[in-house]
Design a protein around this ligand. Structure first.
Ligand code: GLV
Ligand code: GLV
Length: 332
């Protein structure tokens, strides 16, 4: 097998990269404990056959051209691939792979539930107050939250993660509404979820949770006029992509009391967060960690490396995002 040059844009947990070295490939790993700047990235990827990239890297056609015509695969250590220009890759015969797997989907679904529970019971606020010495003994009216039992959860996007969130809602005896392009009769049968138009879902849900990928259609999906259709006093949870929610409009809705709260793991302009959100007590913020479990990150590393090894040995990788590139892929 020909020796391939791989650039890894940042060290990843686990020892999966060793497999590439053991297979005789040349692996260079960024030495910085931060994302590379555009200039640094261009410099580092030049002349490589493969890039193992993270969702914090912006990979566009210009970057692909800067790498050179030997670039064969971009193995993205992530489920979402909105940071990679897929069309540009396909046009150039470059394969793009990602790392969707049960471990990640479960981690994201579980984090979504951690946020829903923390929101409904005001766990973060209560913890902060307790640490500040605010616990004066049992009181009848402090940190009143809501029971989830009997409430309605609205799932926008019933893909693999949305399904896992829905399945877990059964344990809380919630009514689950979902909206997606096409109805899912199997999920309806198995999980008792009900299809709703987007507007019906917004109007009826006590908690709306987003599980859509970021596309032209979902960018800015939750903006002023849409948020205003959400039930008064409801909550918004976002573990999908920040750009699906207009942060400014969300802040307005939280400030006016139209929404009771929000829990966000993702932001429009990461790592920057609207300062107003940071100041709000009814908002829970986590730093894009929904997939941050040992199991998920280990599996992501395994899959990202396996995709490279498959491609290097002439095999079609399992999680190819731009399937149509396969017959037209760059040959070597
Ligand atoms: C995380 O956001 C991912 O897409 O893997
Ligand atoms: C699958 O949908 C699961 O909840 O594990």
């Amino acid at each position: 097998m020909k020796e391939m040059k791989v650039f890894v844009t940042r060290q990843i947990p686990g020892d999966h990269l060793e497999k590439l070295k053991e297979a005789g490939h040349e692996v260079a790993i960024s030495q910085f404990d931060r994302p590379l700047s555009e200039e640094e990235l261009v410099e580092k990827v030049k002349g490589t056959d493969a890039i193992l990239s993270l969702l914090t890297d912006r990979i566009d056609g210009d970057l692909m051209d800067a790498v050179g015509s030997q670039l064969k695969i971009i193995s993205s250590y992530a489920v979402g691939f909105d940071n990679v220009d897929i069309k540009a890759a396909t046009d150039r015969g470059i394969m793009v792979t990602n790392t969707p797997c049960d471990e990640v989907n479960e981690a994201v679904a579980e984090h979504t539930w951690a946020l829903i529970l923390a929101l409904s019971r005001r766990i973060v606020e209560a913890d902060e107050a307790t640490r500040r010495g605010g616990f004066k003994g049992w009181e009848p009216d402090i940190f009143l939250g809501i029971n989830l039992t009997g409430k309605t959860l609205g799932i926008a996007g019933l893909g693999r993660i949305g399904l896992m969130v829905a399945r877990r809602a059964k344990g809380y005896n919630m009514t689950v509404l979902y909206n997606k392009h096409s109805q899912d009769p199997e999920a309806e049968r198995e999980l008792g979820v009900k299809f709703a138009s987007f507007e019906e879902l917004l109007a009826a849900s006590d908690i709306v949770s987003l599980h859509v990928p970021l596309t032209d259609e979902t960018r800015n999906m939750f903006r002023k006029d849409v948020i205003s259709k959400m039930k008064k006093g409801s909550y918004l949870v976002n573990t999908a992509r920040g750009a699906c929610v207009n942060e400014h409009d969300l802040v307005e809705a939280l400030r006016s009391g139209h929404l009771a709260g929000a829990a966000l793991d993702v932001f429009s302009n990461e790592p920057n967060i609207d300062p107003e959100l940071i100041g709000m007590e009814n908002v829970i913020l986590t730093p894009h960690i929904a997939s941050a479990t040992k199991e998920a990150r280990d599996k992501m590393g395994e899959m990202a490396v396996d995709a490279l090894l498959d491609v290097f040995s002439g095999k079609k990788p399992q999680n190819i995002v731009n399937e149509e590139v396969w017959p037209n892929r760059r040959k070597w």
